[in-house]
Ligand binder design. Sequence first.
Ligand code: SF4
Length: 478
Amino acid sequence: MKDPAALENGPSSGTKMEMYSRLIANGDAPVGVEAYFAREGVDPLRHAFERKPSVHAGMGGMPIATAEAARKLESLRQMPRSGKTAAYIHIPFCRTHCLYCGFFNRRHDPELASAYARSVVAELAMCADDPAVNSGPVHCLYIGGGTPSDLEPEDLAAILRAARRYMPLANDCEITVEARVHGFDDDRIEACLAGGANRFSLGVQSFGTALRQQLGRLASRDEIVERLTRLASYDQAAVVIDLIYGLPGQTLRDWEEDIATFLEIGIDGVDLYQLNVFKGSPLMTAIERGSLPKAADVPEQAEMFARGVELMRAARFSRLSISHWGRSTRERNLYNLLVKGRGHCLAAGAGAGGNLFDHFMFNDNDVERYMAAVAAGEKPVAMMAAPPKDVWLNKGITAGLERLSLDLRSLGRDVGRDLEQVYGRLLAQWESAGLLRQTDGWIELTLAGQFWEVNLAQFMIDFFKRFGALTEDTHAVQ
Ligand code: SF4
């Protein structure tokens, strides 16, 4: 075994390439390649890896200093964009802090929330003439939070009106409002529909009243069923919900009942998410103190994931991504697919994250500072990162695997590298471990590979960063 650091310090890339080729041809590899391997000889669904590295695969990027960020953003705003584009508007208020949530920012205060809605409208108006905004259609808009559905009906209407006025929304633009069942009354629903919303996404998490209320959710099972049925009865918008598996005290039977209840209501789509217990979150504290039972471990979560996939397949839903299913053509899940790919994302609101010309950016998360910046006519950006060197490769990997299969050959053509060669040894190991199948340059994830998708995406990104240069222009390595 050779240390790849020693190879990287070698005299020339040709020499490095030859050494790497020899190592692999001998069935050997530089130290570190094995770090990306899955366990073999175990049940891959439950035990391919010990844990998941994160919720989403990270791509890295070079942070841009605050003083420089404003100038950089100004120049990006002047560039006309092309290609698929999403928009995101963030509403950072919630009535309660759900124990498992890492996104809680501010408790809902109707007066502050109305003033905030006016700031969002002002921010949208401020950017309306930017070439980066007005140069082409916006294909999906997501108003998320936080809890947008807690806004007053007139504030919801004002934000939707401003979005339509100040952004060139495509005729078939998917316009999603994220909602919580509790408090989402008919006035609010109708304000959204009148404003053009054509999709509602509700964080139900579980229908079990006791299970959900122990986590800080407010509505009972009956209230949720009533509100979802009511929303669906308008027949004007897709209604989709999130369900979470692995909650403290949740059994496999509870999980099956959650999915059965979703199917009975007859709404348009569902996300089946795995619980993540974030370090330092109120949920972790409650579990550590013993006031809540332990959450499911990773092998138990894997079993629940597999059962969810099985039930959705039996119900004949279309699989739109690793975690999302749609009942009919009304549900497209455009926003979630687009932001994981190569599209742009225009962002407005405190803490909103966007992406322009592969630069990631976040608005100031502090509500008062955000509002003050907008009042002063400044774009309230707080953080920016320049694209990592391999951004197109990274996005191609995450977008493909999110949809369960990846055309590695064509991605390789896009980025000018023979990726079947670069990843040959790694993919062969994963195939032998039961995580994927390879056919004609395509990777298709098995059920186990779907559960561990974030590991595979992250490891492919990290592997290229570490070993991509060593395999450059090599065609003999297999
Ligand atoms: S309502 Fe949503 S954003 Fe707010 S704390 Fe609960 S899960 Fe988090």
